[in-house]
Design a protein around this ligand. Structure first.
Ligand code: ZN
Ligand code: ZN
Length: 280
């Protein structure tokens, strides 16, 4: 089996270690490839995205590491880019896409506080609740539906190679404080989004970052969504959204078991020649 992880963060953003540390951890875990996917730059101030003036250093460093370790592991130069409602990928992100081996398209930011600052769905419940109040009149359902619409729009407009943590919205929904994933409207919102993704070249990632860090009981996306993804034959990859070296293969064995149980017969992975499928 080709062991890989295409969703890893470094000290260029909110990760803890250098890209080289992450690559060494991957080699240590017997991976055949690793993708470094630092949070891409944003046009506004953010303490978890790479600073715009460090982007060239990042590109150069990963390119050098690719060469340095080429006999031990395939290193891919990636980024996790922020798709912003009303904007899409901003100009800087768009100019980076063609220079990267791949990228993960993610929706973290969903709206603007009355102060004009953007809020995210994943920071914490307090921020999310305030965001829902100020942008969606306090209606969590409207916010969730809008979130899935934004993901659909991203999938159609850009076809990112990987769609990041599809149901990230559940991260701050402990004990169903905001909504219940079993409600019809929620399932319908997810289903409509998957129908859009199905007609694109995107893969959806199975992301263990939420369970690894104790935020969620299940991986992103939840198992009932994975069943829908399998039925629609949308390709998947397994990633850990690692922010540390220890997280490089977090819960991967459980995920291989889960996808087999659900009846998936293949996983997508990236090679030097492009995307490929492997049987599982
Ligand atoms: Zn993310
Ligand atoms: Zn990430």
């Amino acid at each position: 089996m080709h062991l890989t992880n295409l969703h890893t963060h470094t000290a260029y953003c909110d990760g803890k270690y250098s890209a080289e540390d992450m690559i060494l951890a991957a080699i240590n875990s017997k991976f055949q490839s690793i993708g470094i996917s630092t949070h891409g730059p944003t046009s506004f101030v953010s303490d978890w995205n790479i600073q715009a003036d460090r982007v060239e250093n990042y590109m150069e460093e990963i390119t050098n590491l690719k060469e340095k370790y080429k006999n031990q592991i395939d290193v891919f130069l990636g980024m996790e880019l922020d798709y912003i409602p009303g904007i899409g990928f901003d100009e800087m992100s768009r100019s980076l896409i063609e220079r990267l081996d791949y990228y993960i398209g993610s929706v973290h930011y969903l709206g603007y506080f009355n102060s004009g600052i953007m809020w995210t769905v994943d920071y914490n419940l307090e921020e999310l609740t305030q965001g829902i109040t100020e942008s969606f009149g306090g209606n969590a359902r409207f916010a969730v539906e809008s979130y899935y619409n934004v993901i659909s729009e991203m999938a159609i407009s850009y076809e990112p190679p990987i769609i990041g943590h599809l149901d990230l919205f559940k991260k701050n929904n402990k004990n169903n404080v905001l909504f219940d994933e079993r409600e019809d409207w929620y399932v319908n919102a997810v289903e409509s989004c998957l129908k859009v993704i199905k007609n694109t070249s995107c893969s959806i990632e199975i992301n263990t970052g939420g369970i690894a860090r104790g935020y969620t009981k299940e991986q992103y996306p939840s198992t009932f969504i994975l069943k829908m993804i399998k039925d629609m034959e949308i390709p998947v990859v397994i990633n850990s959204d690692a922010h540390t070296t220890e997280g490089i293969d977090c819960k991967f064995d459980e995920m291989y078991k889960l996808v087999r149980e659900l009846g998936f017969d293949s996983l997508n992975y990236l090679t030097r020649e492009g995307w490929a499928k492997q049987n599982i």
